[in-house]
Design a protein around this ligand. Structure first.
Ligand code: PHE
Length: 362
């Protein structure tokens, strides 16, 4: 005997989908008790079938409806439970994400590119592993030249196939030669990059950074050089009171050569560029080397020195960064200490622009 009310009640109380499935199999499955009743119908007389057919079909339909209803209720409850467990509270603060910074050297190089681009300069580059011809000879320093020995050069043990000694470039000036040879004249370039000298103390590291500047055109003179440097330094240090002092000097690759000093004062124990070095409380500091490109250098670059003139300058990028952002030990630049980078580094999103300010610490 099938007690349909008891079956419907049990279905309505099934505590889980598994339990419900077991009830379905037990009543409506192949060997379930309701299924067994349905099978009996086939062997009945037509009169009996008229009586029991609707009754048994009613059992089956009631059981099916009850199972579907309970299934819906159990699934709904399971979904509610999952939603409650997986809820995200969007009002909580965002988790702290690891955040890198832009190294001050990279930042200053970007600032230089931005400032000089505004004056029509392109950015050029050359190899850090150079040959003696580009690093010295073409820059008017033949093998016998004393300046060549003064450069504290890192040499490779072997010469190249052209018989040239191989070295780590000691300055960015070889990029002058490479650019003249590759592009001819006129030219307006800066060439930032790594240079190497075997030298090490608080203000010298065996690897450091320079930016070379080179302008080649017709009728170029020292006035152009001075204006360019003044304009650059005013934009870089973001102040108008930059005063330059040009001192006669000597570089084999420029004639005449001028060393450029800038006035500064001490403020809060730190050198601040600005004012004349002759003002009260001010001094001069040597900032960079420059001059008119030597005729021999123009010729080595494939240019006719009677037709083209130019000026060049070279300045330490690390030094510029130290002066602008107030670091005092160059060695820390290359320690890779994350705490130093967090302090002195720049936000990756703070791209230097002339309108937005070329450099704002993170
Ligand atoms: N190459 C020189 C140095 O490293 C700097 C310089 C560049 C001087 C260009 C004059 C002209 O000291």
């Amino acid at each position: 005997m099938v007690e349909i009310d008891r079956i419907i009640a049990a279905i309505g109380q099934a505590a889980s989908l598994d339990e419900l499935e077991a009830l379905r199999v037990g009543h409506l499955g192949k060997s379930g008790d309701i299924s067994a009743l349905m099978k009996q119908l086939g062997g009945m007389s037509p009169e009996d079938r008229k009586t029991f057919g609707p009754l048994y079909n009613g059992y089956r339909r009631d059981a099916e409806v009850a199972i579907a209803a309970r299934k819906g209720a159990l699934e709904g409850a399971a979904l509610e439970a999952r939603l409650a467990a997986e809820r995200v509270d969007l009002t909580l603060p965002a988790p702290e994400a690891p955040r890198g910074t832009i190294h001050p050297v990279s930042q200053v190089m970007d600032e230089l590119a931005e400032i000089f681009a505004d004056m029509g300069f392109a950015v050029a580059s050359g190899p850090e592993i150079e040959d003696g011809w580009h690093n010295f000879t073409a820059l008017n320093m033949p093998e016998s030249h004393p300046a060549r020995a003064m450069h504290d050069t890192f040499y490779f043990p072997n010469r190249n196939s052209a018989g040239e000694e191989m070295l780590l470039r000691t300055h960015t000036s070889p990029v002058q030669i490479r650019t003249m040879l590759a592009e001819g004249a006129p030219l307006r370039i800066i060439a930032p990059g790594r240079v190497y000298r075997s030298d090490s103390d608080a203000t010298h590291t065996p690897m450091f950074h320079q930016v070379e500047g080179l302008v080649i055109d017709k009728g170029i003179h020292l006035g152009h050089l001075k204006w360019t440097l003044e304009t650059f330094l005013k934009a870089f240090f973001e102040r108008d009171d930059i005063v330059l002092r040009l001192r006669p000097s000597y570089f084999p690759f420029t004639e005449p050569s001028v060393e450029v000093d800038t006035g500064y004062s001490f403020q809060g124990g730190r050198r601040v560029i600005g004012g004349s070095g002759d003002d009260a409380g001010h001094s001069w500091m040597e900032l960079l080397g420059s001059g008119m490109v030597n005729r021999h250098v123009l010729a080595a670059g494939g240019l006719d020195p009677d037709e083209w003139q130019g000026f060049a300058f070279g300045v330490g990028v690390d030094r510029l960064a130290m002066l602008k952002y107030g670091m005092n030990d160059l060695r820390a630049f290359f320690d890779g200490d994350v705490r130093w980078l967090q302090h002195y580094g720049f936000s990756a999103l703070d791209v230097p622009t002339l309108s937005g300010g070329v450099g704002t610490p993170a």
